[in-house]
Design a protein around this ligand. Structure first.
Ligand SMILES: [Zn+2]
Ligand SMILES: [Zn+2]
Length: 287
């Protein structure tokens, strides 16, 4: 019996996701990776420009902090906390992305279609993602991440004020971790004997998705959608079982909302600063 409605043949041919990477034997740099690197470079340039502007006496209220960066201890705690948040954020992102791309309704959509076809072909050929170079596989999703990074290209005065550099750093961490997410999915399909010892330890300690947890997804494709750490899976399983069915197209809206969330939170912080003109209260958020 067919698990999904017939998938039109043309999106399969155009697919630039898992299915095609099964056949990319030589390591290569994807155009989307170059775009992501360019965007991250723009983050640096923008933040540098804004920090210089903040140092001028004419600095408007909503600009990055011009003053100190706090003690070393505070910065370690701040960056460690933010990294932990980014890990949790990417796990949720992986779950939502997987729910969306497993939905047959999206296979013919522009932009989204090839990725959806690739994810669903993966169900029929799970081990295919473990064969050819890892470096190719971890770039497959970067088109979507490039779109997400657009949020970070808004100048501070239009977005999260003094918190903007921190939000950009968070997005940069999220992109890096999303590549680990892709690798984690591949490792969950890799024979244990072929895994590096460090990865096996991370899997057995629960810091990365393990084979057993992910194999439950491949039974009926209706649970355990998160493919990074898998921490969110129990909650996500509850939501797809009792709140919002995994085939609902509303998941796409939720995914876009999740992608925009860090900037929305930063913007909220910026708004809270406006009434009394204390934009620099957020200096602790500066990087
Ligand atoms: Zn799936
Ligand atoms: Zn899989």
């Amino acid at each position: 019996m067919q698990l999904f409605p017939t998938i039109p043949s043309h999106p399969i041919r155009r697919s630039n996701s898992f299915y095609n990477s099964d056949f990319k034997k030589q390591p290569s740099l994807e155009p989307t990776t170059a775009i992501v690197l360019l965007e991250l470079g723009c983050f640096l340039l923008l933040s540098r420009h804004e920090t210089r502007a903040a140092a001028r006496p004419t600095c408007p209220r909503r600009c990055p902090s011009r003053r100190g960066r706090g003690s070393l201890w505070w910065r370690v705690v701040w960056h460690g906390g933010m990294l932990l948040l980014a890990v949790a954020y990417v796990d949720v992102l992986s779950g939502m992305l997987h729910v969306v791309l497993d939905n047959p309704a999206f296979t013919t959509w522009p932009l989204l279609g090839p990725g959806a076809v690739g994810f669903q072909r993966h169900h029929h050929h799970p081990a295919g993602i473990t064969v050819y170079p890892l470096i190719n596989f971890v770039q497959e999703h970067l088109g979507g991440m490039a779109a997400m990074l657009l949020f970070g290209l808004f100048p501070a005065k239009w977005s999260a004020g003094a918190a903007t550099p921190a939000v950009r750093l968070f997005y940069a961490q999220a992109v890096a971790l999303s590549c680990v997410m892709m690798a984690s999915h591949r490792w969950s399909h890799t024979m244990p004997d072929h895994l590096p010892r460090a990865i096996s330890v991370l899997q057995s300690s629960g810091l990365l998705l393990d084979h057993h947890a992910h194999s439950l997804h491949h039974v009926d494709y209706n649970m355990n959608f998160a493919i990074f750490t898998g921490w969110i899976n129990p909650s996500l399983n509850f939501v797809t079982a009792y709140v919002l069915h995994e085939r609902s197209q509303l998941w796409l809206l939720l995914l876009v909302g999740w992608a925009a969330l860090p900037f929305a939170i930063g913007n909220r912080i910026a708004r809270a600063e406006r009434p009394n003109g204390t934009a620099h209260k957020a200096q602790a958020l500066s990087i």
